[in-house]
Design a binder for this molecule. Structure first.
Ligand SMILES: Cc1cc2nc3c(=O)[nH]c(=O)nc-3n(C[C@H](O)[C@H](O)[C@H](O)COP(=O)(O)OP(=O)(O)OC[C@H]3O[C@@H](n4cnc5c(N)ncnc54)[C@H](O)[C@@H]3O)c2cc1C
Ligand SMILES: NC(=O)c1ccc[n+]([C@@H]2O[C@H](COP(=O)([O-])OP(=O)(O)OC[C@H]3O[C@@H](n4cnc5c(N)ncnc54)[C@H](OP(=O)(O)O)[C@@H]3O)[C@@H](O)[C@H]2O)c1
Ligand SMILES: Cc1cc2nc3c(=O)[nH]c(=O)nc-3n(C[C@H](O)[C@H](O)[C@H](O)COP(=O)(O)O)c2cc1C
Length: 577
């Protein structure tokens, strides 16, 4: 059995891309030449539903493995196919993430509506399998993948393999799934196992060396250059501007991408947790002290389902009447331990068991607020620090306060980029952009405006921004006013929600200026939304439909079709969280 080490499909530099392209083409043609059935390579369709690129990158890995096996993979984003196309497919691999509250990612919504409709044709000639990406900290874990799996079976399609549901550590199960599925599809060529996860600084493929790169597996140690408060001292919230140096990394980014930060936990929280489980922290577990493991390796703020269940098993009364999600809202791991001290003390002699109940500490993503062309050596972020009082304690978000407490004296910040290929300034510099970004949702639009300025783009720009109070929370005010004066920002509509009795939100401003908004869309305008996914993005979507209906003089269904077409054309795209 031959094992190749291939890098993960994270962003590569142009050189690396060219190199890898050449390498894979070579590997492919060698395998195809050797294959007796090269002329009749079996076609497999690979569809991805992805919001921020993870599912897409897994799907692309599947393509590489399929090619290495002499198959003919056809990869598409779910918004590039219609329901009719599914009826013509014979073999389908679906890779999908889940968004919102158990919903489809944006690029799958139109296809999914058609597939779940009663009128959908049967798919009795189709064989399929699903890889679902998700996060067990959400109530509806991997729901989008579950929905696809159930619906395709209902339509008569046959499962090639049972669905797999991947949590945040998806790489290994995904690699296994890809290799298993592809070997099953081409049993004659199972002498090639592609190892997609073992990425080192200079991974080797046979005797060839891949150029080094920084990515999720190998984050770049970046220097923090600026940590500045954007809201005023007397604001009810704290939003900060960060500038991080990527000089010397060889990395580059585009406006619309996100930077992921790998945080460490607050030492005070670690100390409080050690206290609660009555350990001193010096206990050594798998070669590392308990204190250091809690600080650097485990999620100790948001409680895992496993910890919650372990506590529930021992303390039945905890959940008699209230829903788990209601109970957990705002409670962190320390709250659970303090409220269930009999259980917490159980861990005293078994700290290893306690660690086994925690999830690995994850990076957090931040939409970049600078243009990579205008700022090739720095990345700007706009971050709201999560701080709140609950259950008689001050609670802090792990990563946002890890950042806010940093000074330039601290060790470097470990970070990597995640590209968002659809959330981009239009290639056509003449088309209008409408950007809706209240709160930290403004971040990518600052980047978009910098990008348009850098390009000398003539297309019109309209920003809807808002936050709680104008006096304290009008972040980047000077810059926006300057952009207004220079003619870069053609319209700025503001919604400060708490400056008056009645709440005023960005969607109210959209409705107020609906006629003009519709006119901009009709002129080929792009509609971008960034910020809160749960309330704002849903209400803005509703307002967009209303504007199209009212000012386009359309029926309910025509307005839905119009907005769906915007999505298909990638002229309505969102970066919501
Ligand atoms: C693609 C993407 C882009 C993003 N871009 C940005 C950005 O530009 N700027 C930005 O600030 N964030 C952004 N985020 C959000 C960011 O990734 C983090 O989720 C955020 O900073 C909180 O992380 P944390 O580690 O500080 O908090 P965590 O330790 O993860 O804690 C957050 C949790 O605390 C609880 N909580 C928070 N507030 C309250 C409250 N008032 N009452 C009770 N419980 C509460 C909730 O359970 C919440 O899930 C983005 C997210 C994604 C996915
Ligand atoms: N879990 C929470 O309770 C909570 C609260 C705030 C922020 N967050 C999270 O904290 C991070 C940063 O927050 P942020 O600074 O971007 O934004 P934010 O503080 O959530 O809100 C920014 C602005 O959006 C307004 N808003 C609230 N509901 C809205 C709706 N349905 N439609 C349109 N606007 C609405 C807010 O008004 P009002 O606040 O006056 O209603 C405020 O003026 C995000 O990850 C966000 O999800 C969570
Ligand atoms: C706003 C938001 C909502 C999410 N909702 C869910 C969910 O309901 N269920 C789930 O299992 N995962 C959920 N996730 C986790 C994503 O599915 C997971 O991070 C996935 O790997 C993202 O893949 P993508 O980059 O291809 O979109 C959510 C993530 C975000 C940022």
């Amino acid at each position: 059995m031959k094992t190749h080490q291939l890098p993960n499909d994270a962003p590569y530099s142009d050189n690396q891309r060219a190199w890898l392209g050449g390498f894979f083409a070579g590997l492919h043609s060698q395998l195809v030449q050797n294959s007796s059935n090269a002329q009749t390579a079996r076609t497999i369709h690979i569809l991805y539903g992805s919001q921020t690129g993870t599912a897409e990158s897994v799907a692309r890995d599947a393509v590489k493995v399929a090619k290495a096996h002499g198959l003919n993979p056809v990869i598409k984003s779910m918004d590039e196919v219609d329901a009719d196309a599914l009826t013509k497919m014979e073999t389908l691999l679906i890779v999908t993430s889940t968004y919102g509250e158990g919903e489809m990612p944006d690029n799958s919504q139109v296809l999914w509506s058609a597939v779940k409709a009663d009128s959908m044709a049967k798919l009795e000639n189709l064989q399929f399998t699903v890889l679902a990406l998700g996060d067990t900290s959400y109530d509806l874990f991997c729901q989008a993948g579950i929905d696809w799996d159930n619906r395709l079976a209902e339509l008569g399609a046959a499962r090639l393999q049972t669905r797999i549901d991947c949590d945040v550590e998806y790489e290994e199960p995904a690699e296994k799934w890809i290799n298993n599925v592809i070997s099953e599809l081409n049993p004659n060529s199972n002498d090639v196992t592609v190892n997609l996860t073992s990425v080192s600084l200079t991974p080797s493929v046979g005797d060839i060396t891949v150029p080094s790169q920084y990515d999720r597996k190998n984050p770049f140690p970046a220097k923090l250059l600026v940590n500045r408060l954007l809201t005023t001292e007397n604001s009810s919230k704290e939003t900060r501007h960060y500038e991080i140096s990527i000089a010397g990394s060889g990395l580059s980014y585009e406006a619309g991408d996100a930077l992921c930060i790998v945080p460490t936990n607050c030492p005070d929280l670690v100390a409080d947790i050690l206290n609660a489980i009555e350990c001193d922290g010096d206990e050594v577990i798998d070669g590392i002290s308990l204190r250091e493991a809690l600080r650097t390796q485990f999620e100790i703020k948001t409680p895992s389902k496993e910890l919650f269940n372990a506590i529930k098993e021992r303390n039945q009364e905890i959940l008699t009447e209230i829903l788990e999600s209601d109970y957990l809202w705002g409670r962190d791991t320390l709250d659970l331990l303090l409220e269930n001290q009999n259980v917490a003390m159980d861990f005293y002699t078994r700290p290893k068991e306690f660690l086994a109940l925690l999830k690995p500490l994850q990076h957090r993503a931040y939409s970049i607020s600078s243009s990579g062309k205008a700022n090739p050596e720095t990345v700007h972020l706009t971050v709201a620090s999560v701080r709140y009082n609950a259950f008689n304690r001050q609670h802090k978000g792990v990563c946002s306060t890890f950042l806010s407490d940093l000074t330039d004296e601290n060790p470097p910040i470990r970070c990597f980029f995640t590209p968002n290929k659809v959330f981009r300034v239009p290639d056509n510099n003449d088309l209008p952009m409408i950007m809706v970004g209240p709160g930290t949702g403004i971040a990518p639009f600052r980047a978009f405006l910098q990008e348009r300025q850098f390009r000398g783009a003539k297309g019109k720009n309209w920003l809807f921004f808002g936050d709680r109070n104008a006096e304290t929370d009008f972040i980047y005010r000077d810059e926006l006013e300057q952009m207004g004066k220079s003619g870069l920002l053609n319209r700025l509509d503001l919604a400060f929600s708490r400056d008056q009795e009645e709440k005023i939100y960005v969607q109210d401003k959209m409705r107020e200026h609906g006629a003009e908004l519709f006119a901009w869309l009709e002129r080929g305008g792009y509609f971008f939304v960034c910020g809160d996914a749960y309330r704002m993005a849903k209400d803005v979507d509703k307002a967009l439909h209303d504007v199209v209906k009212t000012h386009g003089e359309k029926s309910e269904q025509q307005a839905i079709d119009y907005v769906n077409q915007l999505k298909k054309d990638k002229r309505y795209v969102r970066d919501v969280y």
